[in-house]
Design a protein around this ligand. Structure first.
Ligand SMILES: [Zn+2]
Length: 384
């Protein structure tokens, strides 16, 4: 690993594979397990950098695909790079565009050279090779860049999944050869669908190339939560203990805890902000739907012990903001949900440090026992 980056494994939970870690980057350190809010277009929707910091976030994600199309990597670089542009001085991870080419781009064709697609904004023809993806991420100036990967839908033919996985491995090598910035770490992405053998092959080949971190990609694309957990269970043992492990695009609070128990260190997902914009608040007693009439005269905050600005108000007021289409409603609920995720991860880290992570998961699961199943996992990364 290049010098500005360091991952320290501080402790492993006595009753599970949950890990307490500390990841140092040129823009500061991240306590792991960690959750990254998603700043799709160099903006976490409705939440400025100051509020983001107050929510407890230490590291955020931005999408290469979106920034490549608008305003363009050259414009971001001319405005000082992503950190300056967003006013965020902490670590930033950029994804490579592989997932958005799969989920958003129009008429995408992918061959060994790279991807060619039409912009979903204006139909412009765009080519993105592994080398292009690295060049764009270097101009954006993120702390962690992701390799370009070939994502395919699930379920799919084993041969299709295998070929996309092996292409992703070859692209990982091309990305590493293209990467020039010493102040940017490169993470590889393990693919292979729900197939244990393909996942193991992907992981082992990437680990042999020695990357600064490893992501598990190609999940949250239509499989059940149980299939996702099983895939993590068979994949994580193939990854080195001394590198961060990042589960891309996941998920619900319960998914985070299940994945942490299996040894995942890092997450990103649009769930807190997207659900916040849609009047759904996460709490320890399950999600609250503020548009429901039962909250109209409710003087209680979303959560009594939450320090966020939304929780200075009553549920009745927050419901009114949504009913009246006031923009403050989606903003406040986004901040609350981001704060909820960060507090959940902080409590998870505390539980790991005290060797009681399994008991912590059981308590949380009991509290959430209602409502979680209403929130679909499928497609949550796609349109944000
Ligand atoms: Zn709150």
């Amino acid at each position: 690993m290049a010098m500005p980056f360091r991952f320290e494994l501080l402790h492993q939970d006595a009753g599970s594979a949950a890990r307490l870690g500390h990841f140092t980057t040129p823009h500061g350190a991240v306590d792991m397990p960690a959750f990254m809010p998603v700043g799709t277009q160099a903006s976490v929707k409705g939440v400025d950098a100051g509020r983001l910091r107050e929510s407890g976030a230490q590291m955020i994600l931005a999408n290469t695909y979106h920034l490549l199309l608008r305003p363009g990597a050259e414009t971001v670089a001319a405005l000082g790079g992503l950190h300056t542009l967003m006013g965020w001085d902490g670590p930033i991870l950029t994804d490579s565009g592989g997932f958005q080419i799969f989920s958003l781009a129009e008429r995408a064709t992918i061959d060994e050279h790279g991807a060619v697609f039409r912009s979903h904004i204006d139909g412009a023809r765009v080519e993105l090779t592994p080398e292009d993806s690295i060049a764009v991420q270097e101009r954006l100036g993120s702390d962690v860049a992701m390799q370009l990967d070939h994502v395919v839908a699930l379920p799919n033919d084993r041969e299709v999944i295998a070929e996309a996985m092996r292409r992703s491995v070859r692209w990982a090598l091309r990305c590493r050869a293209a990467a020039k910035r010493p102040d940017q770490a490169l993470f590889a992405i393990v693919q292979g669908g729900l197939d244990a053998e393909l996942r193991a092959e992907s992981a082992e080949r990437l680990v042999a190339m020695d990357f600064a971190g490893y992501a598990i990609g190609g999940l949250s694309v239509g499989e059940t939560p149980e299939e996702m957990y099983e895939t993590l269970h068979v994949t994580l043992p193939h990854l080195p203990r001394d590198r961060p492990r990042y589960l891309m695009g996941v998920g619900r609070p319960i998914d985070l805890l299940e994945a942490i128990a299996l040894g995942v260190d890092l997450f990103d997902c649009v769930m807190p902000t997207r659900n916040g914009r849609n009047a759904l608040a996460f709490t320890d007693r399950g999600p609250l739907r503020l548009r429901n009439l039962q909250h109209a005269l409710d003087r209680e905050p979303l959560e009594p012990d939450c320090p966020c600005p939304a929780c200075r108000h009553s549920r009745g007021y927050l419901r009114h903001l949504f009913q009246a289409n006031e923009m403050l409603g989606p903003i406040l609920l986004s901040i609350h949900n981001l704060t909820y995720y960060q507090r959940l991860l902080a409590r998870a880290r505390q539980a790991i440090a005290e060797d009681r992570f399994t008991a912590f998961c059981a308590e949380r699961r009991q509290g959430w026992n209602r409502g979680q199943d209403d929130i679909a996992v499928f497609g949550l990364r796609i349109a944000d």
